[in-house]
Every structure is written in C-alpha cells, then in structure tokens.
Design a protein around this ligand. Sequence first.
Ligand SMILES: [Zn+2]
Length: 262
Amino acid sequence: MSGFEVVQVRYGERVTRKSAVLHEYSSYGEPDGDLQMDYNFWVLRGASKTMLLDTGYDIAERDWLGEQPVIPTADALALLGIDPLEVSTVVTSHFHYDHIGHLGLFRNAEVVAGAAEYDYWFGKWDRGELAGEFATAGHLEAVRLAEQEGRLRLVREETEVCPGVTVHPVGGHSPGELLTVVEARSGPLILAADAAHFYEQIEHEWPFFAFTDLGEMRRALSLINRLAAETGATVIPGHDGRVREKFPAVAGRAAEIATVLG
Ligand SMILES: [Zn+2]
C-alpha cells in the first residue's frame, strides 16, 4: 500500500456562530447558524516514518476562546500507539497557540515552519509585543529549542518536505501559514489547517475573521480550490466538525477522537 495513512485527531472543540468567525458574514445575506468548531492535529503515517501536522495545546491550562478539552495530545498519541520521541517530522501550519502547543514533546523531530511565520513571531517576541497575542513565549521557546538543536527547517516557497508531503506558504491568516498537500493512501489530500477553517470558506472563498493579510487569505482560498481542481485532491478544512461526518472513525480505542481521512 503506498501513500500516507492520514488521521485527524480532535483534541478540543467548541460551538461558535457563522457571524462570529466569518469575515463580514452579514454582507452575504445568508442566515446565521451554529458551527461545530473542532480543534485538531493530523498524524501522517508512512511506511518508515510518522509525521505530525500541528500539535494541539493544553486546553485544561487555558481556554482562550471557550474551547472544551477532549483529550491531551500525549494521551491521544498513546491511544494511537505513537511515541512522540519517534515522530520524525512536525509540520507547523503556523504558530498560533492551538497549533504548536506541546511542540516540546517531539524532541527528536525536524520542525517545519514558514520562514515568514518565524520572522513575524520572533520579531514580536524580541520587541516585547506578545501580550494578548495568539502565541506565547512558551510556545516560541519550543521552536527556538528546535532551532538551537539544528532541527528547524524554515520554508519560503513551495517545498517537498519528504516524498509525498508538500507545503505551500500562503500567509493570510498568519504571515507564514502553510498549506499541506499529502499523498494519502486514498489519493491526494489538502490539509488546509487555518488557511480554511470551515467548508463554507472553501465553497464560497469566504475569509475567516482573523487575518494578518486579507488579500493573501483570499488568494490562499483560491489556491486551495485551484490545487483541488488540478489534482483531484480532497480538501480538509482545519476546524470544521463536519469532517467527522464525512470520514470514518479509526477502529479501536481512539475511535472517539480520531478520524481516518485517507
Ligand atoms: Zn486554529
């Protein structure tokens, strides 16, 4: 069997409203409604390596936006039979709190990040501008440790991280946001992370309310649709609870938290 097994792990959740998270939602003339917002990270298992896209965060320590914990990252990995020390690569979609918490668990992993993300957040840290931001010094310390140990790989352009996994720096939501394309067992998957939080954003190319560059965010949404059209890839929005309705749960003890995407 070729291609990666791709599993989405739901470590937290909350319910929000379309009008609360979609940029200028009222201008579309559409009814408001609830959105089930899942907080996820993704496991990519190949023949000889286990990779992660993002690493979750500790909701029990702090719920930034009313997130409800589902399972801590380490417990989820244990249920899936994954030793964090054996994870070879962690791709960070961006450095927001809900995507790079627990990064320090992966002491042996190469950490892949957007160069623009690194510059943006370490610039803020150096200038003492992290108060009230979407990342803390604690989060960034794990990135710095990877850098000091020679495990940090910054990407500036479309980059093949390894055969079957390509990242595209798109910015928009955060300056170095990465889109990840994986050759999964079932075919190509676009793991959008926060380049597209919800299916509506992909369908209509509607921006999310939180962005650093609105034009980049719009271009990222159209890139997602262009790549999907060109390659036949399936697009997985990063925070949409409806992903769990479209794909099967994993077999076994992790069924409650883990969904097989490909
Ligand atoms: Zn997020």
